[in-house]
Design a protein around this ligand. Structure first.
Ligand code: PMP
Length: 396
């Protein structure tokens, strides 16, 4: 049989395209901002971006990327391991470790690669991984790449986690992995309980805080800071593609852990390092995260207000404390249609359908940015209510 048969037979996306409902790979004709142009449609209000702190167009971040490019060139032409390390990478690692209050930080070229690289290095044959069912795809792929045995526990179900830990016993080498902020629904890991169980059963903890760092905690250090548990979490993974307005990923942990990962992690050793532009931008974003706490305060207050008002209008919205606000729609066709009609009315949101969520719990995922104005949020709400009523997502 022809290897490509699966490609010829793949119809799902084409069906959505034929129905005029295909919601993916939309090209922006402007930068990532609160207002964008897409499909030649101007003045589209973006409420579907991970640009949480609104730094992608901050002149200081852009300037830092330009200066790094001018000084170091367009690319690093090699891996961190060999010729591709810049002093700028080292500076960013040192500043990140200090900010996150861990002994050491280690950069990866993307957050996805960070999860692949950390998990596959730290968990091997004879080790066990306990993984929240709702964890990000890159965590699952990291588990696959490791030779460890992986067990899933039901989303944030601490009894399920404890049962698995109990079965494995205290002596087996174990790693619990959880998103800090779950990427699709914006809810938090039950970190206090995970920490308690990890202590009781002698397990290590890795938190993927891609969506938490920069946003949560008094100083923006993320979910562990939010819960006051920074010293209890062994490893924190982060990304530069969200609050940091750049591209790349990182691990912060103790010196021996980072030293080990640095020397055995294939997704770190066998790929080119972060570009000068991405590194310079991330460094400047870090400085802004440290010095401008008002950004996250404004963002969280906007999100809180938006969440409350959506509920008042009858939308089914999960309670939460993050700028990720999912709205339940309940079936795929209707979710795609909701996105399409919202777009026609000048509001961009993301659809979330199976397998990311159960088929009867499809969502639109809205996410806010610190540079959104109150007027923009009012406009988003009015449009959501109008279209929500038209499509019977909420009562007319
Ligand atoms: N972890 C989580 C929880 C994420 O949401 C993402 C990106 N969506 C990643 C890891 C991967 O990060 P990156 O975009 O930097 O590859």
């Amino acid at each position: 049989m022809d290897l490509f048969k699966k490609c010829y037979d793949y119809t799902m996306a084409k069906e959505a395209m034929a129905a005029g409902l295909y919601p993916y790979f939309h090209a922006l004709q402007t930068g990532q901002d609160t207002i964008v142009t897409m499909s030649n449609k101007e003045n589209v209000l973006m409420i579907g971006s991970n640009n949480y702190l609104g730094l992608t167009n901050d002149p200081r971040v852009i300037q830092a990327a330009v200066e790094a490019t001018t000084k170091y060139g367009s690319g690093c032409s090699g891996s961190r391991f060999l010729n591709g390390t810049l002093d700028l990478h080292i500076t960013l690692e040192e500043r990140l470790a200090k900010f996150m209050r861990k002994e050491k930080a280690l950069l990866f070229s993307a957050g996805f690669l960070a999860n692949l690289g950390i998990i596959s290095a730290i968990a091997g044959r004879g080790d066990y991984i306990l993984c929240d069912r709702a964890n990000h795809a890159s965590i699952y792929d990291g588990c696959r790449l490791s030779f460890a045995k992986m067990y899933k526990y039901e989303h944030n179900d601490m009894d399920d986690l404890e049962n698995l830990l109990k079965k494995l016993g205290k002596d087996a080498p174990k790693l619990i992995i959880t998103d800090g902020v779950f990427s699709m629904e914006g809810d938090l890991a039950n970190l206090p309980e995970i920490v308690r169980l990890a202590r009781k059963y002698n397990a290590r903890i890795l938190v993927d805080d891609a969506h938490g760092i920069g946003v949560l905690g008094a100083n923006g250090r993320g979910t562990a800071e939010y819960f006051g548990l920074e010293d209890e979490v062994d490893m924190i993974m982060g990304t530069f593609s969200k609050s940091f307005a750049s591209l790349g990923g990182f691990l912060v942990a103790s010196e021996p852990v980072c030293h080990y990962v640095q020397h055995v992690s294939r997704p770190l050793i066998f790929t080119a390092s972060m570009t000068p532009a991405a590194t310079g931008a991330a460094l400047k974003a870090l400085e802004i995260i440290e010095t401008e706490p008002e950004r996250r305060k404004h963002l969280l207050s906007l999100a809180n207000d938006f969440r409350t008002r959506l509920k008042e209008h009858g939308f089914i919205v999960r309670d939460g404390v993050t700028p990720i606000i999912p709205i339940l729609v309940g079936d795929m066709q209707k979710t795609f249609l909701f996105c399409k009609v919202l777009f026609e009315h000048g509001v961009y949101v993301n659809p979330v359908v199976a397998p990311a969520v159960p088929a009867d719990a499809t969502l639109i995922r809205t996410s806010l940015t610190a540079t959104h104005t109150k007027e923009q949020i009012d406009r988003a709400l009015q449009t959501l209510v109008k279209v929500g009523k038209e499509l019977a997502v909420i009562p007319a």
